[in-house]
Design a binder for this molecule. Sequence first.
Ligand code: DQA
Length: 149
Amino acid sequence: MHNVLVLNGPNLNLLGTRQPEVYGHTTLKMIEDLCVSHGNSIGLTVSHMQSNHEGALIDAIHAARGVQAGIVLNAGAFTHTSVALMDAISSAEVPVVEVHLSNIHAREAFRHKSYIAPVAIGQICGFGAKGYVLALDALAAHLSDGGSG
Ligand code: DQA
């Protein structure tokens, strides 16, 4: 079993009630439970964390080094602004799959830019809560390939 972290950023604690027309009705707790159970079924031990604070997310990425085999990251709006998160990922040497519930490329222009994408192994967006399951599958495939692709 590989340990992986599902890390959610700002405002994602409000899922279920936050703009359901954009983000759906699934709560963060439901997503976290889904990740734990799906992870279990594909050989991943999933822990999870959510923070509204950029520094706390950076600390979690630093702490993942040497502990987590990978991270599924929805950095929320920090995706579009945070060089610091990008640098943390580069420094941590832990593979990251970027995930977004919405299709950020079909939304406002400021959401098209991701500081996470260049340092992630890949990006999944537009599939709602299912995107986390797809991200775990992608991470498991990456890890079973020996981390090459
Ligand atoms: C989001 C997309 C971001 O643009 C937004 O700021 C979020 C959620 C998503 O999951 O679709 O907070 O990351």
